[in-house]
Design a protein around this ligand. Structure first.
Ligand code: ZN
Length: 151
């Protein structure tokens, strides 16, 4: 593993940080490493789980409002990722947090609902057309009926 001491990011390989161009170094066990970014409520859950397991974790706000970055010590990297995975799985089960990025299945669902929306629009348009046709037909009938009186 290689480490950017400026961004606190770990890299599998490379010589410089792709974010800030700082030369990468071997991480030391005490180095703070960026674990993940999370929304406030989500980060609370992560913090709780880490504290329960006795893993050091640090939370810092980012420039994006409501988004926090979580840092762990490099010595805890493996354990931290394991714990994070457990917390995220748990959050996913409990929803309403959207922890995971949209999966293909979700995309399919969205496509489907888009199709449904179009179907509804078309049905709506047909119904509207039928309603207008009905009114015209009815008016003709009434006119014919009224004309009948004066004939
Ligand atoms: Zn960097």
């Amino acid at each position: 593993m290689l480490y950017c001491s400026k961004c606190h990011t770990l890299y599998e390989n490379g010589t410089t940080c792709s974010n800030c161009n700082e030369p990468l170094t071997e991480p030391k066990s005490g180095n703070l490493v960026l674990l993940t970014a999370a929304m406030y409520a989500e980060s609370n859950e992560i913090l709780d789980a880490f504290r329960a397991r006795g893993i050091y974790i640090d939370r810092n706000p980012t420039i994006e409002e409501g988004v926090f970055e979580l840092f762990v010590q490099y010595a805890d990297w493996e354990k931290a990722n394991e714990t994070l995975h457990i917390v995220l799985e748990d959050l996913k089960k409990r929803a309403p947090f959207n922890v995971e990025e949209t999966t293909d299945q979700d995309k399919e669902k969205k496509e489907l609902s888009k199709g449904k929306k179009w179907a509804l629009r078309i049905i709506g348009a047909i119904a509207f057309g039928l309603a207008i046709w009905g009114v015209i037909a009815l008016t003709d009938l009434v006119i014919a009926f009224v004309k009948g009186w004066f004939a």
